[in-house]
Design a protein around this ligand. Structure first.
Ligand SMILES: Nc1nc2c(ncn2[C@@H]2O[C@H](COP(=O)(O)OP(=O)(O)OP(=O)(O)O)[C@@H](O)[C@H]2O)c(=O)[nH]1
Ligand SMILES: [Mg+2]
Length: 291
């Protein structure tokens, strides 16, 4: 597969604006999708925020496998990157993050500095930045939605008297690698038409089998065994079950694919992590590549 070009002009503009805003920021909270912590890390943002205080949140942790999230947290901590799992559906996420932010407000701003701690929330499109902010402030202050590109401009939001948050639009980078495009498409960070819904669906079906979770698919779409047949055939089966038929009775695979992706993104197929942290020997082979 070729490199995919998905870098609308507004993302280039956002990157320039982020660079300016960073001058007044004390702490950068980078949201990654807990199902794809590698692909959801924007290397351009990493360059931009190098040298700033940082926290990585493995967000939507309710949709990832807890054991894999633990492995990712251990991996990030081993690289000296402070990290936490987060889900707006878990009360304990909120408690731990508020404790962390309160601690940072005290340690980063000596009492003589009379201004709020300024936190920037960054991440790829649709990772849940605005939802996280609404969760923190317990109000619907930032618009959200399951589609990339909801947040347009930047928005400052007061969290506590001493803490302010900056919501930012999701940004990708111009040279998305082929290994990154499929995971990003499957979690909804890219509009499905960039890669093609059917291609995404087939990759997702293979991922369920690879991760030993094919049983979930056969329970959700009974009557076929995804581990014993090519993903194309299982997708046809899903189409039959869901009544996605074209005139003449052929299965509409694009529609079946769209419904499968929606089911996955909506949590109907249960938690699934699509990427594991690199093993030590892989890291050595990659050199000091940033993760
Ligand atoms: N399961 C689950 N879904 C979440 C969580 N946080 C956010 N979402 C969903 O993710 C989708 C995207 O949320 P947004 O907050 O709009 O994402 P964003 O990062 O602000 O997106 P852009 O502004 O487009 O860059 C919405 O459908 C949210 O309901 C979470 O912790 N768990
Ligand atoms: Mg947003």
């Amino acid at each position: 597969m070729k490199e995919v070009r998905w870098y609308p002009g507004n993302m280039a503009r956002t990157m320039r604006r982020l660079r300016e805003d960073l001058r007044v920021i004390d702490l950068v909270v980078e949201l990654r999708d807990a199902r794809v912590p590698r692909s959801s890390h924007n290397p351009r943002l990493a360059d931009l925020i190098a040298g700033k205080e940082q926290l990585v949140l493995l967000h939507k942790a309710d949709q990832a496998e807890n054991s894999a999230t633990e492995r990712w947290l251990a991996y990030l901590e081993s690289r000296g990157i402070p990290a936490m799992a987060y889900s707006v559906h878990r009360q304990r996420s909120l408690t731990s993050l508020m404790r962390f932010l309160n601690g940072k407000a005290r340690s980063l701003l000596p009492y003589r500095i009379k201004r709020p701690l300024r936190i920037m929330i960054v991440g790829i499109p649709n990772v849940g930045k605005s939802t996280l902010i609404n969760h923190l402030v317990k109000r619907g202050v930032a618009p959200t939605g399951n589609r990339p590109g909801i947040t347009r401009g930047k928005q400052w939001i007061r969290l506590l008297p001493g803490v302010e948050l900056l919501d930012t639009p999701g940004v990708l980078w111009p040279d998305l690698s082929p290994e990154t495009v499929l995971p990003l498409g499957v979690v909804g960070a890219l509009p499905p038409e960039v890669v093609g819904g059917e291609k995404l669906a087939l990759w997702l079906l293979e991922a369920f089998v690879r991760r030993g979770k094919a049983g979930r698919l056969s329970r959700r779409y009974p009557g076929a065994e995804p581990e014993h047949q090519p993903p194309e055939i299982f997708l046809e089966h899903i189409g039959q079950r869901l009544g996605c038929l074209l005139p003449g009775g052929k299965v509409d695979r694009e529609r079946a694919a769209a419904l499968l992706l929606k089911d996955f993104q909506g949590g109907g197929l249960g938690p699934l992590t699509l990427e594991e942290p690199p093993l030590p020997e892989e890291e050595e082979a990659q050199g000091e590549e940033d993760v």
